[in-house]
Design a protein around this ligand. Structure first.
Ligand code: HEC
Length: 336
């Protein structure tokens, strides 16, 4: 939890915008300031729309996703002086590419048989290259927005189905630990073994959950459903964090209690209160859950901050549950 909220606090900082000509001491960071790059003009948008049908197939995403949106066109192409030299069509690689005179890796755009200019002359493309030239000629120097776009999809979190699958696998749990088969009008249903096990089943899954709380927990993790017309939510919302906390704690306990379960303690590993054994487990779990090898300092801190406060002289179970669910609520588990 602590890590998740830290991460969420960091994001708004990316909204702050440095102004030109202001020294770093005096410049104040204001949120929700308008974009600092030159905005796309109406003529720029017209050019974009004209080129789009012949370009967007290959340039709708990624670092060269020029045609993904007006912002993308403006910031990735128009404001990149290596591609568009304001006031100077002949020095603009974009124009050269359209005319089949590219100077770098490619001679022309679109790649393939015909250059854009050829497409225009045969009537396939309608925006004449002369208009692209005139537009570049009329451009004033474009200021590129150096800030990362906070709305751009950079990292995303596991969806509800992925979370369930990962938990089953990493904790050594299976569908049958939570459900028995029941029938309703001859149709097989997933009958919960008890809501205190925190069962989770997508409403669209087969067999479908018989109990409402089962699918509500799935919605809590942001899962959507075609059948019940519920949109999925991939934001790290408070409901998501709360549901994941409950599910991870309960399921870690189940996994530790499950007879013959070697997911968390493979053969040869020791489940004791001995600090050396505990730290070996925490180190192994960092790999198991996060695919990361925690350093000695990280393991020591986790032991001191999470494990020790939860263990009692007679019972290490709550402490192992706490450590196990710590990894599941870790930002590196949730986001990828
Ligand atoms: C069939 C696929 C395809 C189409 C269609 C296409 N491109 Fe490209 N374009 C590429 C590839 C591949 C590259 C190489 C860079 C990369 O994406 O890795 C590229 C690169 C570019 C670059 C960067 C050149 C450089 O030197 O950095 C520009 C600018 C560009 N394309 C503009 C356009 C425009 C404008 C159109 C439409 C007229 C277009 N492309 C249509 C595939 C395509």
């Amino acid at each position: 939890m602590k890590h998740l909220s830290l991460l969420l606090l960091v994001l708004p900082v990316a909204l702050a915008c440095g102004r030109e000509g202001t020294s770093s001491e005096s410049h104040t960071r204001v949120q929700d300031q308008p974009a600092c790059g030159t905005p796309a003009s109406a003529e720029t948008l017209r050019i974009m729309e004209g080129l789009k049908p012949h370009c967007e197939g290959c340039h709708a995403q990624g670092a060269r996703g020029y045609f993904a949106s007006a912002d993308a066109f403006q910031s990735l192409l128009v404001s990149d002086a290596r591609l568009v030299k304001a006031g100077s069509p002949d020095d603009s690689e974009l124009v050269r590419l359209l005319e089949g005179r590219g100077s770098t890796a490619f001679k022309q755009m679109p790649i393939g048989e015909k250059s854009y200019a050829q497409l225009v002359s045969e009537g396939t493309a309608t925006l004449p290259v002369a208009e692209v030239r005139a537009w570049v000629q009329g451009l004033t120097t474009q200021q590129r927005d150096a800030r990362p776009d906070p709305a751009a999809p950079r990292i995303t979190r596991l969806n509800a189905t992925q979370a369930q699958r990962a938990l089953y696998q990493q904790l050594g749990l299976v569908h049958e630990d939570f459900f028995i088969v029941a029938h309703e009008f001859g149709i097989p249903m997933a009958e919960s073994r008890g809501d205190d096990l925190y069962p989770l089943q997508p409403p669209d899954a087969v067999p479908a959950p018989r109990q409402n709380t089962t699918s509500e927990r799935f919605y809590g993790l942001g899962g959507g459903s075609v059948m019940t017309q519920t949109a999925s939510d991939r934001s790290p919302s408070p409901t998501f964090a709360l549901t994941l906390t409950q599910v991870s704690q309960r399921w870690c306990r189940l996994a530790l209690a499950k007879t013959g379960n070697v997911a968390l303690f493979p053969a040869g590993t020791k489940r004791t209160a001995d600090p050396t054994d505990v730290k070996a487990t925490l180190r192994r779990w960092s790999l198991h859950f996060l695919g990361e090898r925690f350093s000695d300092a990280q393991v020591d801190a986790l032991y001191a901050d999470v494990f020790v406060p939860l263990s009692t002289p007679t019972d290490t179970e709550p402490a192992y549950v706490g450590a196990c669910s710590y990894f599941i609520r870790h930002p590196h588990w949730i986001f990828y």
